[in-house]
Ligand binder design. Sequence first.
Ligand SMILES: CC(C)[C@H](C(=O)O)[C@@H](O)C(=O)O
Length: 454
Amino acid sequence: MASFSTSSTYCLSKNVVFLSDFSPLYQFPTQSPRRRFSKKIVSMITQPSSRMPATTGSVKSWMTMTEKLLARTSEKLHVVPGENLWVNVDVLMTNDITGPGAIGVFKREFGENAKANPDYKGVCHIALAQEGHCRPGEVLVGTDSHTCTAGAFGQFASGIGNTDAGFVLGTGKILLKVPPTIRFVLDGEIPNYILAKDLILQVIGEISVAGATYKTMEFVGTAVESLTMEERITLCNMVIEAGGKNGVIPADKTTYDYLKDKTTVHYEPVYSDEQARFLAEYHFDISKLEPLVAKPHSPGNRALARECEDVKIDRVYIGSCTGGKTEDFMAAAKVFLASGKKVKVPTFLVPATQKVWMDLYTIPVPESGGKTCSQIFEDAGCGTPASPSCGACMGGPRDTHARLNEPQVCVSTTNRNFPGRMGHKEGQIYLASPYTAAASALTGHVTDPRNFLQ
Ligand SMILES: CC(C)[C@H](C(=O)O)[C@@H](O)C(=O)O
């Protein structure tokens, strides 16, 4: 078995894995009732970098950010799209849905033994970020298609299968083909009724759900620069809904400030060369963007929220790795506060992590006279925030909190609206931003949040 020169180990979840210095030491989880429906981090391995720097300007061929990330982590000076590389992985993430399969491969191929860790953090993609495991310049892979979320930190991040993950656990390496990069330039001041969810629905609607298949989606421009880290996370989270291999946002002061109190690991950001070659470039003026939804049954089925106001809804769901972060709930609370009204349909709230849940009860919402999100939600007649988990984003068993057990219509801040996704195969899911979700909860039909925010 190959081993790293040094390795440290992080285990952030209840249930499963503890790995130390790559000696095969772990305990395979017994069946947990939550195993299938709540993605929690079960193991991560970090590998300190002792690599050659990626070249910038010292060779005649220029590279995109993703090409540089993969060049550096495969110890090459230069790579081109289509090239196959053995990449040294910095962080591997598994969760309690897909982890058992990956660990099974690892166990079969590399060894026995086990140990559990009781520290449950929450939905893996958000817990990873909150715990400081997403860092510029690194390669992070995980057994979940939404691992692309971490590209928000200026790193290469992509979902992989359990077999690959088993081998990453054993060797620290993965074979990757360098993807070509499509660049999305999002410029303009973001209007106060638009959130990152609208930006990504706009992009997916433009290029279709297959528009970036095995491509990198690099996001730049003044609108992207103005996004908070949580909003950048929303943008990169849904890259996979366009087929993207990874999404990436150049690291900047916002990134460094977010990481300041979260990690002491040294990281080295990389940036696309000015002369780098992009497969295509799309430009959007975000100042003109209107609130959007993705109608059933595809994240690419883009429509203006105001054009769907005849769609009567049965419920609203605010949660998941896409739309269950602290700022997502703050955004919803802002709409409820502005309206001063009560919701007309059941409104389910599922925080992504323990920290988000705590934030809902402790952080005052701006201009609310000191009220927390939880107080505002209670005043508006929403459900009580549930325990952190993936909740009904992926449906789950019949008794999963907020699952669609009837053929109902739901406005949801989640990332997928395929048939059956939230439970009932005839359920209809309208993907939307937390602003649009909250506005729709207040009226009982799909609603443009400008009705309350202007
Ligand atoms: C749980 C996991 C297997 C799944 C995926 O990888 O797509 C998840 O992210 C999802 O949203 O459906």
